[in-house]
Design a protein around this ligand. Structure first.
Ligand SMILES: Nc1ncnc2c1ncn2[C@@H]1O[C@H](COP(=O)(O)OP(=O)(O)OP(=O)(O)O)[C@@H](O)[C@H]1O
Ligand SMILES: [Mg+2]
Length: 248
């Protein structure tokens, strides 16, 4: 295993589902240790891209590499990669602490005492008190459940962490807290961080670089300032659209 912060490279990635072309030759380079945001409208294929990065989906054409190794069956033996799923993916029959320690327990990585210590440490990293560990996921707010899901991902000591819509279902304050935690963890741990979202606030709040995915490829790529200045009409529309009530 190598040290924290791996690069990700996507070249000419094509993916169809039936006759629907979702990715039409996507190119993407993610730098070691950066916070990269993949932004785009609903249905653009953002989650499909994430699934390719951890080998849950096979390209029809093109190539995905992590740390300069092709993503294949062995990639997860080579690099520690964690995904925080949109739904959080917590098991309701287990306590919060058991959920956070699940990966460590399943892989029998450490002694029970060390596992309990690591669980406390990861809960603390995401700003949750030790007492939360005794609760069931169903007893927590949506924002707390997201943090628990992040804590569980951190037990893998990941070199690459992927967040799928980390602020969906959260109120603006909770969303800002989760966004702040994503950045703080990136700074503290140096882990390459990919955030997939259609939340404009989150994208501009956390992204060092942002790629705008639509029509199967990146319509814009750059710093938040460069994305704001993009001349692409779809990007412009996405960034400026607001609800306007119909006139009476
Ligand atoms: N396993 C699958 N089988 C068939 N179609 C799929 C599959 N996975 C994704 N799709 C289709 O691919 C398109 C992109 O889906 P994806 O979930 O990646 O969108 P998204 O950008 O993540 O959207 P959202 O912001 O709503 O989460 C959608 O039209 C979806 O229906
Ligand atoms: Mg999605």
């Amino acid at each position: 295993m190598e040290n924290a912060g791996v690069s990700v490279s996507v070249r000419g990635l094509r993916k169809n589902f039936g006759s629907q072309c979702v990715l039409a030759g996507l190119d993407l380079e993610i730098r070691p240790g950066e916070v990269f945001v993949l932004m785009g409208p609903s249905g653009a294929g953002k989650s499909v891209v994430l699934r390719h990065l951890i080998g849950l989906e096979e390209p029809d054409a093109g190539e995905v590499r992590v740390g300069d190794h092709p993503v294949d069956d062995s990639i997860r033996d080579r690099f520690r990669m964690a995904m925080v799923f949109q739904s959080g993916g917590l098991l309701n029959s287990l306590t919060v602490a058991e959920n956070v320690g699940l990966y460590l327990a399943e892989h029998r990585l450490v002694s029970r005492a060390d596992r309990e210590r690591l669980v406390r440490e990861k809960l603390d990293l995401v700003g949750l008190d030790e007492s939360v560990g005794l609760k069931l996921p169903s007893e927590l707010s949506g924002g707390m459940r997201k943090r628990v899901a992040i804590a569980r991902a951190l037990t893998m000591d990941p070199q690459l962490i992927l967040f799928d819509e980390p602020t969906s279902e959260l109120d603006p304050l909770a969303a800002a807290t989760v966004g702040g935690e994503i950045v703080a963890l990136n700074r503290r741990l140096g882990v390459t961080t990919v955030v997939v979202t259609h939340d404009r606030h989150l994208a501009f709040g956390v992204g060092q670089r942002i790629g705008f995915l639509a029509e199967g490829r990146l319509l814009a790529l750059g710093t938040p300032a460069e994305i704001r200045a993009s001349a692409d009409p779809l990007v412009h529309q996405f960034l400026t659209s607001a609800f306007t009530p119909p006139s009476p």
